[in-house]
Design a protein around this ligand. Structure first.
Ligand SMILES: [Cu+2]
Length: 340
């Protein structure tokens, strides 16, 4: 972390280069255009000033001037659009196998949890050379996760999961900011990212304390404590009052409304907090709401437990030969482990 003045922040992630190239090219292009237009204005103003003896008979029409400008600028702007879209998709799509970390900020701190349960506040340790994917949801108002050295910024919203990924390239410490005004101490909602070599990171991660339960273990306890199993038990003799949660993750669910919804994080979260919103076909809307009774971290733990009960992988793109929408081989328990 460099405290002296820098025109540009460090460039310490794989996203920094493409973002900088695009940004600096746009700045250079805009500067060149501004200088060109300004120079033209000055030149023509002097040349065609009143009483100057010049040929004024060849006046271009407005239409021809505008069509020329459009034809000249169109390819340039389309080129910039395609370039920008490429960088945008690169930033939005996290690579497979990215290391999962959950982020639940609140006024005014950043709370992180690693897949093995290790928790941190306002400091996030990560390995260099490995993509990291943050799943984020706010406990209160809108915050924004901003690491200038990585050139990433993503809003963190209450009530909705957002994610962001990055891959650090240089060990070191980098500033983390909240980039959305979130109340009195917003300006103090800062932290740091500590990028470590993979060896150092593995050693650091294994230093989890006794309180740092893996989310799926904490989730299973919460599941029992809230007595979810009394309706959502697997098997059993009497017909269950709620659908079984075995291998439910990413499985298409037929709804009472006739629609079908994939049981992803957003759907499972909604079904815990607002069970009546999307009731599975064949069941009564009798589940009570858990809104206000479970924290966002609790919901994430429950989701981790539900995922550990197995999942169906989302259907691969059509090119893979599997018809879209058809579920593929269920993954055994421990999907979280697989992702590590
Ligand atoms: Cu904030």
């Amino acid at each position: 972390m460099n405290t002296e003045f820098q025109l540009f922040p460090d460039a310490a992630s794989t996203t920094a280069r493409p973002v900088d190239q695009l940004y600096l090219s746009l700045v250079a292009f805009s500067a060149a255009m501004s200088i060109f237009v300004a120079a033209l204005v000055i030149y023509l103003a002097i040349k065609y000033r009143r009483n100057n003896d010049v040929d004024r008979t060849q006046r271009p029409t407005h239409a021809s001037t505008e069509i020329t400008w459009m034809l000249l600028s169109l390819p340039v702007l389309v080129f910039i659009f395609i370039w920008g879209a490429k960088v945008c998709f690169f930033l939005l799509r996290s690579p497979d196998g990215a290391m999962p970390i959950t982020v639940v900020p609140k006024q005014w701190m950043w709370k992180f949890q690693h897949a093995n349960g290790r928790r941190e506040i306002d400091t996030l340790h990560i390995p260099v050379g490995q993509p990291v994917r943050l799943t984020m949801v706010s406990q209160d108002v809108i915050h924004s996760f901003f690491v200038p050295a990585f050139r990433i910024k993503r809003d963190v919203l209450p009530g909705r999961y957002t994610d962001v990924w990055f891959e650090a390239t240089e060990p070191g410490q980098y500033r983390l900011y909240c980039a959305e005004y979130c109340g009195t101490n917003h300006s103090r909602m800062v932290g740091k990212i500590v990028a470590m070599t993979p060896g150092d990171f593995a050693a650091w991660l294994s230093g989890a304390s006794g309180d740092d339960e893996p989310p799926q273990v904490a989730g299973e306890k919460l599941f029992e404590q809230l007595q979810c199993a009394s309706c959502h038990r697997a098997g059993g003799d009497a017909p269950a009052r709620g659908p079984s949660l075995e291998q439910i993750y990413q499985r298409p669910q037929p709804l009472a409304s006739g629609e079908t919804v994939v049981a992803d994080d957003a759907y499972l979260r909604e079904s815990i907090l607002r069970p009546a919103a999307k009731v599975v076909a064949g069941y009564q809307p009798i589940m009570p709401t858990y809104e206000g009774q479970i924290s966002e971290e609790g919901v994430i733990q429950l989701l981790a437990y539900i995922k550990s009960l197995g999942s169906v992988e989302p259907a691969p793109p059509a090119a893979a030969g599997t018809p879209t929408g058809e579920a593929t081989v269920p993954q055994g328990a421990g999907r979280l482990e697989d992702q590590r």
